[in-house]
Ligand binder design. Structure first.
Ligand code: FEO
Length: 181
């Protein structure tokens, strides 16, 4: 049986993952409006990934005998001053998410909940990639500066991102929607 404290931490993280999805959708809307369709695509795929993270955790709570609660999702920021600002905020956001995920891993370890520890370790590793991706794009944006031609090249690069379901064996996320056996 998962502890109440750990279940609450995971349930709070479901909400935080949906907030992440909402934040990236807000950023995607902003970049779409700025004519940077490639960046809008990249951020929209980020929204889909965050939604998958939320649903995967939601399903895990159900699998552990917990009925997830779904409180309101905080409204995301809508004021951005350019693509560099968007990716500075992306990196800062992911660093905060890493802290939250690490706290859940520490709690699972403290409580000797090996199953939950193993579950959350996927997210611990994912955060390394999340921070690396944001850092990589931010580094390029800093090099690009005010060069519009180079910005458009980066936008073309971001347009090439495709969505890969991070949890292909998760029935809720594989498109089938079949109940788990
Ligand atoms: Fe759910 Fe951006 O990590």
């Amino acid at each position: 049986m998962i502890s109440e404290k750990l279940a609450k931490a995971l349930n709070d993280q479901v909400n935080a993952e949906f907030y992440s999805a909402y934040l990236y959708l807000s950023m995607s809307a902003y970049t779409e409006g700025s004519g940077l369709k490639g960046a809008a695509n990249w951020l929209y795929i980020q929204t889909r990934e965050e939604t998958a993270h939320a649903i995967h955790m939601y399903q895990y709570l159900i699998d552990r005998g917990v009925n997830p609660s779904l409180p309101a999702i905080e409204a995301p920021e809508t004021n951005f001053t350019g693509l560099q600002d968007v990716f500075e905020k992306t990196l800062a956001h992911e660093q905060k998410v890493t802290e939250r995920i690490n706290k859940i891993a520490t709690l699972a370890m403290k409580e000797n909940d090996h199953a939950c520890y193993q579950f959350i370790m996927w997210f611990v590793n994912e955060q390394v990639e999340e921070e690396a991706n944001a850092t990589d794009i931010l580094t390029k944006l800093k090099m690009i500066g005010d060069n519009k031609g180079l910005l458009l090249s980066l936008d073309t690069e971001l347009a090439a991102r495709i969505y890969n379901n991070p949890f292909p064996t998760d029935a809720k996320l594989s498109g089938g929607g079949a109940a788990k056996a």
